[in-house]
Ligand binder design. Structure first.
Ligand code: TA6
Length: 288
């Protein structure tokens, strides 16, 4: 099961043709190709804008950006000097090791430790690791957050900002019915979802609370399942044409080709005691 390290990225390959690509920049997964029951050849399951910067000049517009230690504009005093969605997606991570490489799948681990560029804006001790595992029909991404301090707690938010390639006008996300959510398109009003399935036919930016760990993302003749662990919240985002056309690195009409389904711990802050580690996991599956 080959793992290839090319200049700016790691490529994982599976004997059946599935593959994944992870930029060292931001540990951003920028490609996941796999077959489902209806296809004989692997196809791309993630969306990356054709105008995305992949050279480290700015966070990638697409794939699976890693959001840490804050989601959205910073609210916590520890995060006061950070930009939106924190520093993890803006830093070059280190390739630590191959965790697994057999017929079942291949798994690699990257890490991000304090360094001067981070210390300039964030002075809390932390250790991050990101483990990406590719199997025939699944892509698993685990974010490990450790608090190496012997004395102080670590408070953070974390989220995987996953851009699922999908026909945005036809995609449905469930089960969110009855769940409370923050509607960021309506002055952050707190609402209860009254739809059986959520669509993104209009500008959508909703942070759902206490969401079941299995989320079904479906569209005519396609779909995938998102399974999450330790991520109680899910953000659903699609900017639509008006807001989308104002995003500088969004390809023309790009908003028609993705839905962001973002498992996270973003309502309040996760607190790690000294020496504690937390793992948030997302598993994207075809053929469920
Ligand atoms: O996850 C949804 C969101 O917080 C939206 O509010 C929008 O800002 C999106 O993330 C993209 O953020 P970015 O900083 O990548 O442009």
């Amino acid at each position: 099961m080959p793992v290839e390290q090319i200049k700016d990225r790691i490529t994982l390959k599976h004997p059946d043709g599935a593959s994944a690509e992870i930029l060292f920049y931001g540990a951003t997964v920028v490609s996941w190709k796999a077959r489902d029951n209806t296809s004989s050849t692997p196809s791309e399951r993630l969306f990356v804008s054709g105008k995305a910067a992949l050279n480290g000049s700015k966070p990638v517009r697409g794939g699976i950006p890693v959001v840490f230690p804050c989601f959205g504009p910073p609210e916590h005093p520890d995060h006061a000097r950070l930009s939106q969605h924190g520093f993890a997606r803006n830093e070059v991570w280190n390739f630590e090791k191959i965790v697994m490489d057999n017929d079942a799948g291949v798994s690699v681990r990257l890490n991000l430790l304090p360094r001067p560029s981070i210390a300039a804006v964030y002075d809390k001790p932390f250790e991050l690791a990101f483990v990406v595992t590719l199997s025939e029909h699944q892509l698993s991404t685990d974010l490990h957050v450790a608090n190496p301090s012997r004395t102080s707690a670590l408070e953070f938010q974390a989220l995987l900002h996953t851009y699922i390639r999908a026909p945005a006008q036809e995609v449905l996300i469930q089960p969110l019915s009855g769940r409370r959510y923050v509607d960021k398109v309506d002055n952050a009003a707190i609402k209860e979802e009254n739809r059986g399935a959520v669509d993104v036919r209009h500008f959508t930016d909703s942070v759902y609370e206490e969401v079941p760990d299995k989320i079904i993302v479906s569209w005519p003749n396609g779909g995938l399942v998102v399974k999450k662990t330790n991520f109680p919240n899910v953000t659903i985002w699609n900017p639509g044409a008006e807001a989308g056309s104002r995003i500088g690195d969004m390809e023309p009409g790009g908003w028609e080709r993705f839905v962001c389904v973002e498992p996270g711990f973003v309502r309040g802050f996760k607190q790690l005691s000294p020496g504690e580690t937390w793992i948030g996991q997302q598993v994207l599956s075809l053929n469920e």
